[in-house]
Design a protein around this ligand. Structure first.
Ligand code: ASN
Length: 637
């Protein structure tokens, strides 16, 4: 342990002493801007000169973020009908337009927002404290549902809508009734595989149309987080807190503070500032592309143990077609060990391939094999559900049991494993404590710092530039050391540049792979609005482009807007390699440039025959997952 810390220190020291490690240089790797590119991006933002649209709102090209809102129903949009609350169709967006905290009509008009986004359901928040404009589009479901009416089919529809729109938005907000919100949030957390963007469920206890209501704050908070932070999780936002979706349960029907996450601290709190608890945020750790698995097994159920339950009740519940059961047991996962009749029913069910998960009825705590009354359940073949909520355990069963391509044993193993942060993992507790880290200790001593909060503050201040510096020279060991300190690989330097941006510029494929497997996000945008993908394209790192594409990276809307002009300039200069890499990165070669001409038309007009031939060949090939199936040597003319 001491040795490896010392090694890590050595490699960090090495990173720090590299002559190439001038931090200004590192972060300036991509600073020079092409003014044409940037003026193309700005819609009509620069013509906006009202007091509402101050300079900071209009000058940086990365100032707008897009969020898709799926309105499924719930109290937030309900009105009274015959003295009871029920959803009201086609009223929500109209209502929002009248609320200045949720829509800035002047900005929308002056920047041509409606024409640009082409939707009457597009709205825009006032400028955020972080100088972002969050433009959001609302899709209203028909019918709108009280969440008590939700089924697994509705979960599938939400999942598919997110999948369909994934590349066009920075984040997603799902408006949902509170009654079954914890179930939907849990289910979506499993259904959304390799998620890289925030999906935030919210709703309210009082309709947004009423004078005193919690809907406005909840919606505003969810939008601000979804538009400003790359939290790659299905979350639930309520009463100023952002929770991991599969950790929550509804605990209060009469309070604005309706949800609790008993076994996991909130991912963020929205107080004077929005503070993200990055140490807790789940990291994607994948190089695979986002997809939604809508296959769910409905033969699952929840059974709450109670004193005096009969064997007949147990038997009836475990009958086919039941395939998976969450047994809500007492305390730390206990059941009577003096009831052989019950234990026999459980054993018979597990022997006939019913998966039974042992979850506690307690709000807080975990299942542990500390009592004889708990051990009998393990002996009967139950799987320990750790500290999972019953909602998470049930939806996980439904998701895992529906998997077609894996064996029954593999399904049991998946149920025991932490898949999306829904339970304490095997390595829980192994998280490195900052005070163990020699590197931080040395700094702390030098600065006479002793308390944990101060140490964390130092780590958070030092880590981003150090990680970018390590990325610049391709030093995985140094990154490893930083990771051991608890550094979040998504943190950016003062230019908004993450280690992944830098590694993509440098073409360090192995390091890009490392970062992607350790929590880096492909959707990070620097202060110029550039993504790691556009950096890799600019510096012609083909393999990095392929890997980023495979992981789901795509050009941002702004980058796509200017692709035509960039392609024309490559065509004009006969830059075949440049054209190929843009195609690899997913650009549409038919996109016209600023004067309406496509790259092909331009090459033709200026007599670049080899470019014409190359483009024709390129356009006939399919670029799937960043691979174009042809050789780069152009043929014919
Ligand atoms: N507050 C709410 O949203 C409760 C409502 N019954 C629902 O779940 O849709």
């Amino acid at each position: 342990m001491a040795d490896s810390s010392l090694n890590n220190m050595t490699s960090l020291a090495r990173a720090l002493s590299q002559p190439t490690l001038n931090l200004t240089e590192v972060t300036d790797v991509f600073s020079p801007r092409n003014s044409l590119r940037h003026s193309c991006r700005r819609r009509k933002l620069s013509s906006c000169n009202s007091l509402e649209c101050d300079e900071s709102a209009t000058s940086p090209s990365a100032a707008e973020a897009r969020v898709l809102v799926l309105n499924t129903g719930g109290t937030i949009g309900m009105t009274l009908h015959n003295k009871v609350l029920a959803p009201k169709a086609n009223a929500f967006v109209k209502g929002l337009r009248k609320l200045p905290i949720l829509h800035d009509e002047l900005y929308a008009q002056q920047t041509g927002l409606y024409q640009y986004y082409g939707s009457e359901n597009s709205l825009v928040l006032p400028l955020s404290k972080g100088y972002k404009r969050i433009v959001y589009t609302v899709i209203e479901y028909n019918p709108l549902l009280d969440s008590s009416n939700m089924t697994t089919d509705d979960w599938g529809r939400i999942g598919k809508d997110i999948e369909k729109n994934y590349e066009s938005y920075d984040g997603f907000v799902i408006l949902h009734g509170t009654d079954t919100m914890a179930y939907t949030a849990s289910a979506l957390s499993f259904m959304c595989e390799h998620l890289g963007k925030p999906i935030i469920l919210t709703g309210s206890q009082v309709p947004i149309y009423e004078m005193r209501n919690d809907g406005r704050d909840n919606l505003l908070g969810a939008l601000l987080i979804a538009g400003q932070f790359v939290i790659p999780e299905v979350c639930l936002y309520f009463y100023n807190k952002l929770y991991r979706g599969n950790r929550v349960t509804k605990v209060d029907a009469g309070s604005f503070n309706a949800f609790s996450s008993p076994n996991l601290a909130p991912l963020a709190v929205a107080e004077v500032d929005i503070t993200i608890n990055w140490d807790t945020v789940w990291r994607a750790n994948t190089t695979a592309k986002f997809q939604v698995s809508t296959e769910l097994n409905r033969n699952v159920g929840l059974l709450r143990l109670f004193p005096g339950i009969t064997a007949a009740t147990m038997r009836a519940f475990l009958q086919p077609p039941m395939e998976g059961v969450v047994l809500e047991t007492y305390g730390s996962g206990n059941a009577p060990d003096n009831r052989p009749d019950l234990l026999e029913e459980l054993k018979k069910a597990t022997d006939s391939d019913v998966i039974i998960i042992n979850c506690t009825q307690c709000l807080r705590g975990t299942v542990a094999a500390s009592y004889a009354t708990g051990k009998v359940l393990m002996d009967a073949g139950l799987i320990a559900g750790g500290d999972m909520t019953p909602e998470a355990a049930l939806s996980k069963l439904s998701y895992v049991l529906a998997k077609k391509d894996i064996s029954f044993d593999a399904k049991k193993k998946l149920m025991a494993r932490n898949l999306r942060g829904e339970m304490i993992s095997d390595v829980a507790g192994a998280k490195l404590c900052l005070s163990d880290n020699r590197f931080i200790q040395v700094i702390a001593k030098a600065l006479s710092i002793s308390c944990k909060e101060e140490l964390e503050a130092i780590r958070d201040a030092l880590a981003p530039p150090l990680a970018c510096a390590s990325a610049k020279i391709g030093d995985i060991e140094a990154l490893e050391a930083l990771k051991e300190m608890g550094t979040n690989m998504c943190l950016s330097d003062y230019d908004g540049r993450t280690p992944l941006h830098i590694a993509a510029c440098e073409g360090h494929l192995k390091l890009v792979e490392y970062l992607l497997s350790h929590g880096a996000t492909v959707y990070a945008k620097d202060r110029y609005g550039d993504t790691p993908l556009s950096n890799a394209v600019r510096f012609r790192h083909k393999e990095v482009v392929k890997l980023l594409r495979k992981t789901g990276a795509h050009f941002s809307r702004d980058e796509l807007d200017e692709a035509g002009t960039e392609l024309c300039s490559l065509a004009a200069s006969g830059d075949l390699e440049g054209l190929e890499i843009w195609k690899l990165a997913g650009a549409d070669l038919n996109k016209p440039g600023y004067n309406g001409q496509t790259a092909l038309q331009l090459a033709h007009a200026v007599g670049k025959k080899e470019v014409v031939a190359f483009l024709v060949q390129l356009m006939s090939k399919k670029a799937t997952s960043g691979v174009i199936e042809f050789s780069a040597t152009p043929t014919g003319s």
